[in-house]
Each structure stands twice: as C-alpha cells, then as structure tokens.
Design a protein around this ligand. Structure first.
Ligand code: SAH
Ligand code: SF4
Length: 421
C-alpha cells in the first residue's frame, strides 16, 4: 500500500511539472514515505533522516518531506525531534504535498488531521507499464490489539465501484494487463450495495483486465461466496494472502483476530476443495505477550498442516497506543528470536517442498523483465505470485506466456516456455 501511495504521489507531482531524478544529490525535494507497523521500520526512517541531516548541511536548499504512517503518528513531535524536516504530512494528507510546496492557501508544513482526502479523487497509478496497484479501500476498523494501522490510517473507507471500474478500464486502455486491488482488509470492501465479490464480478464483467489479484484478506471476511467467485473466474488469479498470525486460539483471541484456528482450517479446506491449484501465503507473529512454548508450537503445527507457499514472519513489536501495548512484553527477546528462526526454517522447508510439486506443471506467467541476478534469464510472475526464471530473449515484457516449471528452490521457480501452451 505504501508503494502504491508513493507512486500516486510521484505522479501527482509529475503532473504538476516536477521531475524525478536518479540521485539524491540532484534532488531539490526528498520525500520519505514511512511505515509504523513495527519499531524497526520507524528506526530505519530515523536513521535515514540522520544521514539526510549531513546532506542538508551541504545543500541547505533541499526540502525534506516525511509523509505517511510515521508522519501521522508523530505529527508535530517529529518536526521537533528532527528539525531539518521541512514538511510532515499524514496518511490522509500526503497527496496535498504539491499544494504545500506551492504555498497554496490552507496548507501548512505539518498536516495530519484525518478526513481531508477526497477518496475518489486519487488517481490510480501504474507500477510498471503492464501492471498496477489500485487501492480500493483505505484505513481499517479491525483494531487487532497489536496493530498501529487503524490509528495511523483511520477509519475504513471504500472507493465507489464506478470509480474503480472506470480506473481499471483506464489502466487497461494504457496497456496494463495485471492489476492488484489493495486494502488493509480488501474482503470487507463495501460501497452502497456492492460487496467485495460483487466488485470483483463487476471489474471482470465490465473491463478487459487479463489478470486480477487482491491483497490483503482477513480470515473473518473471506467468505465461501468469494471462494466460489475465485473458482469460477479464470482471470482472477489463484492466490490469496491470508494472515493467520498465530495457531493458538487463546493468542488469537488476545490479538483480537475474531476467528479461531478451526474456522481458519475450514476456509483453507474449502479453498483447496474448490481450486485444485492455489497459492496461499500468510503473515505470522511470534512472541506476542504471554505466548507460551506450547502456544508457539501450535503455530508451528498450523503451518505444518496448512503448508503455505510462503510467509512473512515477524517478532512481536510493541506499538505505543495499541491495546496490546498495555500488556507486559514478557517474551524475552532471545526467545522471540529463537522462535522466529525455527519458524522461518520450517516454512522454508515447506516452501521448498510445495515448489517441488510445481515441477512439470504449466503456469501462465506475466513477463516482467530480465532476472535480477543474471542477464541470461528472463523473469516472470506465475498465477500463484511466484517468480519464475526462464530463457527467452524474445519474450516481450508485459506478455503472458505458458511456462513449464522445470526446477525449483524455496524462493524461485525455473522453467521454459511451453511449446503448445
Ligand atoms: N491489513 C493487513 C496487514 C497489516 S500489517 C492484515 O491484517 O493482514 C502486516 C503484518 O504486519 C500483519 O499481518 C502482522 O503480521 C504484522 N504486524 C502488525 N503489527 C505488528 C506488531 N506490532 N508486531 C509484529 N508484527 C506486526
Ligand atoms: Fe492491522 Fe488487523 Fe487492520 Fe490488519 S486487520 S491492518 S493487522 S488492525
């Protein structure tokens, strides 16, 4: 979502006559779009700002803007703590940066009040010439007890289906073939009478988009109806990112996640029953307050049973102001690290095994460019959102090709263009 916001902001500036430069030293304006989700993310921003202090001493005319979640959370405090920051614009105000720069009426250097963004005015932006992110809803009302997002991104608001269908059409006209619909909790999308499965059906029916994905799904909102739509519509790609967080019902309850592990298993079983090929990914947290060894083992057992294609795995990080921040952060750091490392090892073994099963299969994949490591290979993204490397200089970027998988490790697939599809 931050990537999507960054490119939207970049295009808002470019539309107003600004130009992107390659190197920091050539820039008259440096923007840091920030994340507050874990302490480490914020520490990195402060580190970057430290480096920029030296830069600004050498080039005092440069303007520094901090935007997004950390700007929202710290607001005026950030300007006081880091005086060489010129502008602080929160999550609802970052798109006003061009107005602030031009000194337009009603703008200030620090703007973090919610509710100033006209939700349907924000233009969707292409990530590459052939793929795009499209934010369908902003904010979150779930208040998982560990999470800062509802505080920094505000209440959940959905864009109208008309605006979204129209945006998809425009992107497709510009040559985009794959669109990822984004929201903190995309499945709870609702605008008027349109719910999320309804929105997907409209986008599919009323636009020519070739590949459609969405992210992120909350287990409480991923309905059977949605799985049925996924199963019926080949242009909807067979991948869901479904954060589990923990395998223990007591911890899930303390996290405010609302579902139980049994409910989660039921969704996964239903997906697998309806869709023979399906890629499932997740987020997991270890070391939530009071998590015992047994409860941690339940997370390992769930990961064993579900067999995710891949996972993002985190150590619990206290976020000031959240409900969980009132609990003692009582799992020692070395225990958190050991739990995380063991979980990562387990998931890597599973990713390896799951990817081995792809060998021999044909996956329609979107060509993204050259491999990052070697010019000998082209890089494409499979239906299941995995990177596949293959030989084929003639494969144009943005084309969709059938690729037969020939080898795999835990992170990457290798393949060749399948002769007859
Ligand atoms: N809206 C999405 C993403 C939220 S943030 C969702 O609900 O899944 C992305 C991930 O960061 C979360 O899924 C969670 O695993 C992790 N996360 C959020 N807050 C955290 C915290 N305080 N400590 C550690 N991990 C956290
Ligand atoms: Fe955070 Fe929970 Fe909302 Fe995701 S659903 S953004 S984890 S509060």
């Amino acid at each position: 979502m931050n990537l999507a916001d960054s490119s939207t902001l970049a295009s808002a500036l470019i539309t107003r006559g600004y130009r992107r430069v390659e190197h920091e030293q050539d820039a008259d304006l440096i923007i840091l779009n920030t994340c507050s989700v874990r302490e480490k993310a914020e520490e990195r921003v402060l580190g970057r700002l430290g480096e920029l202090y030296q830069h600004k001493r050498r080039k005092p005319s440069v303007k520094i803007a901090v935007v997004g979640c950390m700007a929202q959370r710290l607001s005026q405090d950030l300007r006081e703590r880091v005086p060489h920051v010129d502008m602080v614009l929160g999550t609802d105000r970052l798109f006003e940066l061009p107005d602030v720069l031009e000194g337009n009426e009603g703008t200030q250097a620090v703007m973090t009040a919610f509710g100033h963004e006209d939700i349907d005015m924000i233009l969707p932006v292409k990530e590459t010439p052939y793929s795009a992110f499209l934010t369908i809803s902003r904010g979150c009302d779930n208040y998982c007890t560990y999470c800062i997002v509802p505080y920094v991104r505000g209440k959940e608001r959905s864009h109208s289906a008309e605006y979204l269908v129209d945006s998809v059409r425009k992107l497709v006209d510009e040559g985009v073939v794959e669109i990822t619909l984004l929201g903190q909790n995309v499945n709870s999308y609702r605008h008027g009478d349109t719910d999320f499965p309804g929105l997907l059906q409209r986008v599919i029916r009323e636009t020519g988009v070739k590949r459609l994905r969405f992210m992120t799904s909350h287990p409480k909102d991923l309905s059977r109806k949605l799985v049925d739509v996924l199963a019926d519509e080949p242009r909807l790609l067979p991948h869901v990112h479904l954060p589990l967080q923990s395998g223990s019902n007591r911890i899930l309850k303390m996290m405010g996640r609302i579902y139980t592990i049994e409910h989660y298993f039921k969704i996964v079983d239903y997906i697998r029953e309806k869709l023979p090929y399906f890629s499932l990914t997740t987020d997991l947290i270890v070391g939530f307050p009071t998590e015992t060894d047994e409860e941690y083992e339940m997370t390992l057992a769930a990961v064993h049973r579900i067999r995710y294609d891949s996972a993002f795995m985190f150590r619990y990080s206290v976020r000031p102001g959240t409900t969980a921040a009132k609990l003692p952060d009582d799992v020692p750091e070395d225990v958190k690290i050991a739990r995380l490392n063991r979980l990562i090892r387990l998931q890597q073994e599973i990713s390896y095994e799951v990817n081995q099963r792809e060998i021999g299969q044909i996956r329609t994949s979107l060509v993204e460019g050259d491999s990052r490591r070697s010019k000998e290979y082209r890089r494409a993204r499979t239906e299941g959102n995995k990177t596949v490397l293959f030989r084929g200089d003639h494969a144009p970027v943005g084309s969709i090709l059938p690729i037969r998988i020939t080898a795999a490790d835990a992170f990457t697939l290798h393949g060749e263009i399948a002769e007859n599809g």
